[in-house]
Design a protein around this ligand. Structure first.
Ligand SMILES: *[C@@H]1O[C@H](CO)[C@@H](O)[C@H](O)[C@H]1NC(C)=O
Ligand SMILES: *[C@@H]1O[C@H](CO)[C@@H](O)[C@H](O)[C@H]1NC(C)=O
Ligand SMILES: *[C@@H]1O[C@H](CO)[C@@H](O)[C@H](O)[C@H]1NC(C)=O
Ligand SMILES: *[C@@H]1O[C@H](CO)[C@@H](O)[C@H](O)[C@H]1NC(C)=O
Ligand SMILES: *[C@@H]1O[C@H](CO)[C@@H](O)[C@H](O)[C@H]1NC(C)=O
Ligand SMILES: *[C@@H]1O[C@H](CO)[C@@H](O)[C@H](O)[C@H]1NC(C)=O
Ligand SMILES: *[C@@H]1O[C@H](CO)[C@@H](O)[C@H](O)[C@H]1NC(C)=O
Ligand SMILES: *[C@@H]1O[C@H](CO)[C@@H](O)[C@H](O)[C@H]1NC(C)=O
Ligand SMILES: *[C@@H]1O[C@H](CO)[C@@H](O)[C@H](O)[C@H]1NC(C)=O
Ligand SMILES: *[C@@H]1O[C@H](CO)[C@@H](O)[C@H](O)[C@H]1NC(C)=O
Ligand SMILES: *[C@@H]1O[C@H](CO)[C@@H](O)[C@H](O)[C@H]1NC(C)=O
Length: 599
């Protein structure tokens, strides 16, 4: 059952729209368009973990050159007075590629900014200075980044309400220390090169290096990847490892570099790349382990495959003993599509530190996600233009994410009924006024805009038609926009991931969010936005369900396959429930998630 659900959840993406196509056609080079189209037909439905293939390679090369170039060119923080309006000057050719499809400084100057955030132009100036002093995202983001390479890092606050959740000083200090470590041990450093040489020589013996690494490798769809990257980063934070990510061509150019003056991209010449099958595994180490923590059994390079192994009685990842062994490994290559953060909270040796880092336990992804995932200039161009065109003028924004499981067996009509039942009963959207043909001017004419994310355009079309054909009882105007409707899932395609990321981010900017149960796409949006979504029941086939949706208990992603054995190897039906701040997920009762209050 679990496996089936996982299968259904995996590899789902969002795709492009005519609007985006126009942007692509105008701004991207013909060569890249050819690439994208070709990928479109070639990669559809291909198996998991296909590598970049011929077509993605060019794009990847460009990016790595760019990253290396920037890394060598030490960046100087911009003077505050120069932060605005300087962006179009002195771009390198490579940067200009990103810049050309990005609204320079997003065009949100004084007036529109004031309208968006409801502040006067005086406070705008103050606000701007305050934000650009050294307090990006309440101190989550380090000062001293240059703006031009990642406009979203500086400008996303213009689009969102300030988060009511403040990171703890301890978390901030952990992040700053991590950044120092990453600079000291990151790729291009002498320490990195020395360590790799040493590890190649002694990968099966314990080598005891100063710098330790965690390499994240991609599995499944973008939502799964993002939640597992956030979990991997937290694991790196509590184990003093440097996180490097292996982005194949389908993930290039989605995100900015999160760590100042260094890169998190696994270099092309990483000596173990594509050799993971020949590396000692966690499973194998535990097999050899007789419980005495012997160094002889610990290799210096290890493959940690944790896609579905958390609840294996023999692989007690959440126990001190396993972590003591793992801590001796210099290079861990992680494969996971899970948000295994609750497992880290269950680990006795990590728990005290995690509690200090996160005073409110439901903010882990909210903080780490906003710290790690800044849309690249290319993604930000798409996001900010869509926002300004369709969402900026709304009084209220409602994100609706509709994922249809087994679409061939699930009539659109049933899904539409579910959607309306959820939104109308919970007063997220108003009822239609069947008595009148026109909206009375005296009524309160607020504009609510629905951002609809789905593979199918029928939902957006139906909802739009419905609210245009009759007035609402409240007098509110309901607009409906849908960035994309690709009709089919497609895999291993950079453009599709770009659209998926764009939609996730736009959903995260909503005031109210409705997502489909079990969708990791929705988890990322709710976490970034700090929103507790309404979870639509996951209907499969010609069925109905009442209630149609339920409010989530926390903005954290759900960990779908939590451990089911305690550290003595005893089976526990719901091990997580023994811990404070953990509950069964509303959308998946075998899963577990962190919540704020402990009762
Ligand atoms: C990418 O770079 C590698 C070496 O860095 C080179 O062998 C390959 O030809 C390049 N690919 C393209 C498409 O430029
Ligand atoms: C910095 O970048 C410029 C333009 O890409 C390049 O000409 C210059 O050599 C770089 N400087 C260093 C120190 O790498
Ligand atoms: C841009 O480059 C010109 C000359 O190349 C230089 O005089 C100017 O100071 C640079 N501007 C900025 C903002 O770096
Ligand atoms: C916005 O600021 C510019 C100068 O930065 C000014 O010319 C313009 O009039 C301002 N617009 C409004 C509406 O205040
Ligand atoms: C700002 O918000 C206040 C109440 O929150 C409202 O009264 C005022 O009209 C708003 N101003 C603008 C310019 O939207
Ligand atoms: C604020 O903007 C208004 C018009 O947009 C202008 O008249 C006023 O002088 C501005 N105030 C400040 C302090 O800039
Ligand atoms: C990057 O390095 C430069 C020079 O060492 C430094 O001035 C700058 O503050 C650093 N940037 C960050 C974000 O640490
Ligand atoms: C620990 O276990 C290993 C592997 O079984 C064994 O070779 C070693 O002698 C043991 N060490 C101790 C101190 O018991
Ligand atoms: C796990 O290790 C921590 C210290 O690393 C220790 O405080 C704790 O008591 C240990 N817990 C168990 C159950 O062994
Ligand atoms: C106007 O809309 C707001 C928010 O939707 C609501 O609280 C208020 O009661 C409405 N006023 C009227 C007269 O309908
Ligand atoms: C779905 O069920 C309804 C009755 O509940 C029936 O009228 C309809 O024909 C069914 N549709 C499909 C496609 O099976």
């Amino acid at each position: 059952m679990e496996v089936i659900m996982k299968k259904m959840e995996t590899n789902f993406r969002r795709y492009s729209t005519e609007i985006f196509w126009i942007f692509f056609l105008i701004v991207l080079s013909p060569a890249l368009i050819a690439t994208v189209m070709y990928q479109n037909t070639t990669f559809e439905g291909s198996g998991q973990m296909a590598t970049g293939k011929v077509l993605g390679e060019r794009v990847q090369n460009t990016t790595e050159e760019y990253l290396e170039g920037r890394d060598n060119n030490i960046t100087i923080p911009e003077a505050e007075s120069e932060v605005l309006g300087r962006e179009t000057q002195n771009l390198t050719a490579k940067e200009a590629r990103g810049q050309s499809i990005t609204a320079p400084d997003i065009g949100l100057k004084n007036a529109s900014f004031a309208r968006l955030t409801n502040v006067s132009n005086t406070s705008y100036a103050n606000e701007h200075n305050r934000i650009h002093s050294d307090k990006l995202l309440d101190g989550l983001v380090a000062s001293g980044f240059e703006k031009v390479s990642c406009i979203s890092r500086f400008d996303s606050y213009l689009y969102r309400k300030a988060s009511p959740h403040k990171p703890s000083q301890y978390l901030i200090s952990k992040l700053r220390n991590y950044e120092d470590l990453h600079r000291k041990c990151g790729v291009h450093t002498k320490a990195y090169k020395r360590t790799m040489v040493k590890l190649v020589r002694s990968k099966n013996h314990n080598a005891g290096t100063v710098c330790k690494y965690l390499v994240w490798t991609p599995v499944n769809g973008l939502g799964n990847r993002m939640i597992s990257m956030a979990a991997a980063f937290l694991y790196a934070l509590v184990t003093d490892r440097v996180l490097l990510v292996e982005f194949q061509s389908d993930m290039v150019d989605l995100f900015c570099e999160p760590f100042p003056n260094s890169t998190w991209i696994l270099p092309k010449d990483f000596p173990f790349r594509n050799k993971y099958a020949h590396i000692e595994t966690y499973q194998n180490m535990l097999k050899k382990d007789k419980g005495n923590g012997s160094k002889e059994i610990v290799p210096s390079v290890m493959h940690l495959n944790m896609q579905h192994t958390f609840n294996d009685p023999k692989k007690l990842f959440h126990c001190n003993h396993s972590q003591d062994l793992l801590q001796q490994v210099s290079l861990l290559i992680l494969q996971s599509d899970q948000y295994f953060v609750p497992s880290l909270f269950m680990t006795p040796s990590f728990n005290p530190e995690l509690n200090k880092m996160f005073l409110k336990k439901d903010t882990v992804f909210h903080h780490l996600g906003r710290y790690l995932f800044h849309p690249s200039n290319e993604a930000w161009g798409l996001i900010s233009r869509f926002y300004q065109t369709y969402l900026a003028n709304a009084d209220e924004r409602i994100g609706l994410q509709i994922r249809v499981f087994r679409p061939d067996h699930t009539p659109h009509q049933r899904v539409m009924e579910l959607l309306l039942s959820c939104t109308l009963k919970n007063k997220l959207l108003p009822e239609l006024d069947k008595q009148n043909f026109i909206t009375s001017i005296s009524k309160n004419q607020t504009l609510k805009v629905v951002l609809l994310a789905s593979l199918y355009r029928v939902y957006g079309d139906n909802l739009r038609t419905m609210y245009l054909s009759e007035p609402t009882v409240t007098g509110e105007m309901i607009g409906v926009c849908q960035p994309s409707h690709e009709e089919h899932q497609k895999f291993h395609d950079n453009r599709h991931n770009m659209m998926a990321w764009t939609e996730i981010y736009l959903l995260s900017m909503s005031d109210t969010l409705v997502t489909t149960s079990l969708s990791t796409f929705g988890y990322v949006a709710q976490g970034l936005g700090g929103l507790k979504p309404w979870l639509l029941y996951r209907i499969v086939g010609n069925e109905t369900h009442n209630p149609a949706c339920e409010r989530d208990i926390s903005m954290e992603p759900c960990f779908h396959i939590p451990p089911k054995y305690n550290c003595e190897g005893k089976a526990m039906e719901h091990l997580g429930l023994l811990y404070p701040h953990m509950r069964k997920c509303v959308d998946y009762s075998s899963g577990i998630k962190l919540i704020n209050d402990s009762n």
